[in-house]
Design a protein around this ligand. Sequence first.
Ligand SMILES: [Zn+2]
Length: 91
Amino acid sequence: MTNDEMIQNINDWQECDVTHEMTCGNDSSHKPLYPVEEDGKIIMKCHDCDWSQEHIPKCVLNFDKEKANKFIEGLGINVIREPKGKEKNLF
Ligand SMILES: [Zn+2]
């Protein structure tokens, strides 16, 4: 997998309605972390403070939006929509 593909997967994970996004280790109310490439390596950074982390779980790096959508459809449920910011995370 290329770094660009990893960044795409991470962004898909961070934006997906039913995953729990990676958040800042200093303050989880900060905006979700975003990926950047540094010295050829992908790391996560916080928009709101100087938090950064190198560890990115495999399920995030390998996240496949199409598969996730198919899985959610296969459950035969509609994701319950609540007011923005209060969506329920299923996993
Ligand atoms: Zn932060």
